[in-house]
Design a protein around this ligand. Structure first.
Ligand SMILES: *Cc1c(COP(=O)(O)O)cnc(C)c1O
Length: 379
């Protein structure tokens, strides 16, 4: 069997062999062993979030967007109004979801390279008492930008609104502790910083928010209240569970604990990011974001000015060497992205940078050397 490529992507991403091996069994959905696995999954998700006692973990089948849609549909009632804080594609996606669900929605927007400003959020909430919920993307994977979660959570709590956080590309690595940061619902998925395989998304929701959400969701399969009642009543998933994905995610969560928890994982990602950013700077590539707002999750590089540069060509040449990178998603600047998350070590990023240098040289595109500047990041 050919060796798997290394994925420098925001997910699906490179997983540990142990995580993939955990899937080599069949489980019946009603078997005690599988019910125990589901219980361990839900407990471990609460461990990571610091949500024991106050919150419940509700997994669903599907990708990350499924849980965002499920959470908005289940928690925002037809008479409520949602304020989305947007500075990238995932914020825009929440606005689109709310519209499709026929929920009242307003947006506060910032450019893709600027963080959400808590003071502006506070003013918007003070000015508009009709707003009941606020939604934020913690790490905007569009660019790799880190929004100031704790400061915004404090503002939303002071203004007594419900707060929903898309923590898809941060959960399990960037600091998030529900004992200290008031959040109604944290949303994430199996295949980003938790380093599981794709197929499960989940919400960690405040008990007294989900308890009052009966009959709100316009969708049957994306009703998180019913999903939660299902788990609480018999420990089972309402509909066919992605059994192997559950097994892989439980193994991945054990691996997170063994690594030393989110703080240790963040340290590894930071080292990955630094290795990448320093190496790319030596090749002449420029990061899109300022270091103050850069999360060490995914790096967006500006495409070189040289008109002969083609992302597709760089992608194909790297893929042929076993390295998978990611296209840009910015609305304005030409760019491409390289993820620092997944079962990757700084040495993998070093090898990637060497391969990028070779690829550029093959095409006669090597960008002029720059002084060796050190790159740091926030978070
Ligand atoms: C990955 C991601 C999502 C969900 O994307 P899916 O393709 O549905 O898994 C949502 N928000 C953010 C910030 C993400 O990074």
């Amino acid at each position: 069997m050919a060796q798997s490529p290394l994925l420098f992507t925001p997910g699906p991403l490179t997983t540990r062999l142990e995580t993939r091996r955990a899937m080599l069994e069949d489980w019946g959905s009603r078997e005690p062993a599988f019910i125990a696995m589901t219980a361990e999954l839900r407990r471990r998700l609460l461990d990571v979030a610091g949500g024991h006692g106050s919150h419940v973990a509700i997994p669903i089948q599907g990708s990350g967007t499924f849980i965002v849609e499920a959470a908005i549909g289940t928690l925002v009632k037809p008479d409520d109004a949602l304020l989305v804080l947007a500075n990238g594609a995932y914020g825009e996606r929440m606005i689109e979801i709310a519209r499709r669900l026929d929920r009242k929605v307003e947006a506060l927007r910032w450019p893709e390279d600027q963080a959400v400003d808590p003071a502006a959020v506070e003013r918007a909430l003070a000015d508009n008492p009709a707003l009941t919920h606020v939604a934020l993307v913690h790490c905007e994977t569009t660019s790799g930008l880190l929004n100031p979660l704790a400061a915004i959570a404090a503002v939303v709590a002071r203004q007594r609104r419900a707060f929903m956080v898309d923590a898809m590309s941060s959960f399990g690595a960037l600091p998030l502790d529900l004992r200290q940061t008031p959040i109604t619902a944290v949303l994430a998925s199996s295949n980003k910083c938790l380093e599981g395989v794709p197929g499960i998304a989940f919400a960690v929701i405040e008990k007294n928010a989900i308890e009052f959400a009966k009959g709100v969701a316009p969708s049957l399969s994306l009703d998180l209240y019913d999903q939660w009642r299902g788990f609480e009543s018999n420990g089972q998933w309402r509909f066919t569970p992605p059994a192997q994905v559950v097994a892989a995610l439980v193994e991945a969560l054990r691996g997170l604990e063994a690594e030393g928890g989110p703080a240790a994982r963040l340290e590894r990602y930071r080292n990955n990011f630094r290795t990448l950013a320093d190496g790319m700077a030596r090749l002449g590539f420029r990061l899109f974001l300022d270091a103050r707002v850069q999360a060490p999750i995914i790096a967006t590089f500006r495409s070189p000015e040289d008109a002969r540069f083609r992302f597709d060509d760089l992608y194909a040449r790297l893929a042929a060497r076993g390295f998978i990178i990611y296209p840009g998603k910015l609305t304005r600047a030409q760019s491409f992205r390289i993820g620092c998350i997944g079962a990757l070590q700084p040495e993998d990023l070093r090898r990637l940078v060497v391969a990028i240098g070779q690829t550029m040289a093959e095409r006669g595109l090597l960008v002029a050397s720059e002084p060796d500047t050190a790159h740091h990041c926030s978070g």
